[in-house]
Design a protein around this ligand. Sequence first.
Ligand code: FAD
Ligand code: UDP
Length: 373
Amino acid sequence: MKKYDYLIVGAGLFGAVFAHEAAKKGKTCLVVDKRSHIGGNIYTEEVEGIQVHRYGAHIFHTSNKKVWDYVNQFAEFNHFVNSPIAIYKDELYNLPFNMNTFHQLWGVRTPAEAQAKIREQITRMHITHPKNLEEQALALVGQDVYEKLIEGYTRKQWGRECRDLPSFIIKRLPLRYTYDNNYFKDPYQGIPKGGYTNIVRKLLEGVQVVLNTDFLENREALSAQADRILFTGMIDAYYDFCYGELQYRSLRFETETLDMENYQGNAVVNYTDYEVPYTRVIEHKHFEFGIQPKTVITREYSAEWKPGAEPYYPINDQKNDELFAKYEKRALEEPNVIFGGRLGMYRYMDMDKVIEEALNLAETELSYESCEE
Ligand code: FAD
Ligand code: UDP
């Protein structure tokens, strides 16, 4: 008899949602994480009365009412709307690309004027079937927006030329001909009051959690404790990189507490110029409309992933996706191990998608289990 029904590797959002659902169904779970805290990348901690997003800015947004209702059981959300500012050399622009941006770029005032300007630039490009991010961006917004707001930022973020990146990355950004600086299109958006860690803490209430424990270093002893394993770490690491290494983008965060009330006047400021080494600066208090006497800021630097670093972004280009397919095939043949989350599924997923996927897994996995009993 094994001690637990499930061993869940990773106390991030995916692992925590699954653990919560499993516990609700009377399953016993052991959650382990190699970090010293729960929450994975959505971990927040309080500094000077401010919730600091330790692993980069996290704004909850979704179109999925079921996910929104689910997450609202664990936190009250404020009315924060993400409206980043972009700084290019000494110029300042609103994001995402909207009438404010077009006015700042060209002095145009009406949607018709902006559309004419962009159309004129697009026509000059003669791009009918965009094959990569550069062509996709040029075909969507034309030369000026591409050069000032996309090219430098994207090269820094991904460490690759825009023409070597898949076009879907840029399709995430809205383009609109209204004076609307809301970065997201989703109807539900906000920041959980009191931080994200509280959500994960509530999800894991009553579940056994062991921190500072790397599954890969204790594989045998940990596997022996549970009937089934949910692994939310790197799928290639689980298989000891047997088919080769998947590529990831890593990040370095430089966080400072400043003895001033307001540093940049906005939660997120993107530096779109290639020469500035960081991609963005976050001022955490503005996520919660804070009025504390001090402020905490984080500069975010992007870097290629190397062993020992944190793998933040899977790089879903063709080469990596093909390699992932080999790991996925092997995973499907594995009887008692399930892979989940951003790293286990090697897929760029926002928090809402992670919750949706974890709930889907819980539904199939746990109902199947109960049928078998
Ligand atoms: P993770 O949070 O990575 O959790 C995996 C956990 O597994 C980690 O705690 C890790 O330590 C642990 N682990 C891995 N390997 C092992 C091992 N061998 N042994 C033990 N433990 C292990 N989403 C949004 O919706 N809005 C945003 O604004 C947003 N901004 C983001 C900004 C940045 C910079 C990043 C990187 C992501 C952002 N996201 C955002 C996405 C969000 O972070 C993810 O959707 C979510 O955190 C993924 O949860 P997860 O559980 O899949 O993975
Ligand atoms: N992007 C850009 N300029 C910006 C912000 C984003 O060119 O000022 C591009 C960049 O390639 C990025 C993509 O748009 O990877 C998606 O942006 P998003 O803000 O969704 O990135 P994330 O929050 O996932 O880092």
